[in-house]
Design a protein around this ligand. Structure first.
Ligand code: GLU
Length: 325
């Protein structure tokens, strides 16, 4: 009995020792970040966030950035638990949380915001030989409005609706992924395309630097649009970023914009969201260097454009550093 007890106790101590090192080590949380097409800004931005946390073991996060169909896809995938985080346009975030647009009558109540990222602009690129000079010149043309699941598709539809242009009848609307649009434009298979994206980016460079000359068409402030869509604001694209566009000499192209935001679900662990937020905010200098579109991020600016409630992990960090009360 005594002997048995001793060996049992020894075995327990041994077992305990086996488990001890495991308990002492911080747990690593594996997370996925849904981005967009590989030629946009979401994909490198997701990669930059992943790099910040992956390079710093103390935050206990290993992140992977995944190429996806963009904003709307990401929101739905975060809701469905197929992604932990996603990048989404501020307007998509607003519509999803409030049960409008794509989510009419079905608000995503568990949607949470973490922070906002670079500003994005509705970018309408057209071939010079298409004859399109203004947004009203699209009648009878072939225009890519974007893949279902992208935020830019909704933006193009909003603009045409506000202008009284029927995108199903007045022109031929294509549903291609943004990454395919520049090649299709250069191949003469489309006259123009919409891409809501941060600048500069490889997609618009590719589209404006080919043999077929291309320009970026301005989108004016459309009263009917701004009246129903408070999440839009006027912005401009610095044309120095696309010197080969035929309207580069204009300096700036005025258009409609909003912010890109990082979203998650209320179901994601508070500690994980806290650590990711802290890692990004404490290493903002590095994040700014990882893509030119991120160069102007500021801590205060990264709390703007959020319409879903803050995730409690992010909120905890912002309170701790005095960014919010
Ligand atoms: N704003 C785009 C969308 O959600 C994606 C832009 C990007 O991938 O950079 O449709």
């Amino acid at each position: 009995m005594h002997k048995f007890f001793n060996s049992f106790a020894l075995a327990l101590v041994g077992l305990g020792m086996c488990f001890m090192p495991l308990q002492a080590e911080a747990k690593t949380n594996f997370i996925t970040i849904g981005t967009g097409g590989i030629t946009g800004v979401y994909y490198p931005t997701g990669g930059a966030i992943a790099k910040i946390v992956n390079d710093r073991a103390e935050f206990g996060i290993k992140a992977t950035a995944e190429a996806t169909g963009a904003s709307i896809f990401n929101i739905n995938a975060v809701k469905g638990g197929n992604l932990d985080f996603g990048i989404a346009q501020a307007d998509s975030q607003y519509l999803a949380y409030n049960g409008k647009g794509e989510w009419e009558g079905q608000p995503i109540t568990e949607l949470r915001s973490v922070f906002s990222l670079a500003p994005e602009m509705i970018t309408f690129v057209v071939a010079e030989d298409s004859g399109i000079k203004t947004i009203n010149d699209v009648k009878g043309k072939v225009i890519n409005i974007g893949n279902p699941g992208s935020g830019n598709r909704q933006n193009a539809i909003d603009i045409f609706n506000a202008l009284g242009i029927n995108y199903e009848k007045d022109f031929k609307a294509e549903s291609l992924k943004a990454a395919d649009a520049p090649r299709m434009l250069q191949d003469g298979r489309i006259d123009g395309f919409f891409y809501t994206v941060g600048h500069p980016n490889g997609n618009i460079k590719e589209a404006t630097a080919g043999m077929r000359k291309a320009r970026i068409v301005s989108i004016p402030e459309i009263k009917e649009l701004f009246a129903v869509a408070p999440y839009y604001s006027m912005d401009s694209i610095d044309m120095a970023q696309y010197p080969e566009a035929t309207n580069a000499s204009e300096g700036k192209t005025t258009t409609v914009g909003m912010k890109a935001t990082l979203i998650t679900s209320a179901n994601i662990d508070e500690e994980v969201v806290y650590n990711l937020t802290k890692a990004v905010f404490e290493n903002l200098d590095e994040l700014r260097t990882l893509h030119p579109a991120l160069a102007n991020l500021t801590r205060e600016g990264m709390l703007e454009g959020l319409s879903a409630p803050l995730h409690k992990g992010a909120e905890r960090y912002y309170k701790e550093v005095g960014l919010i009360k």
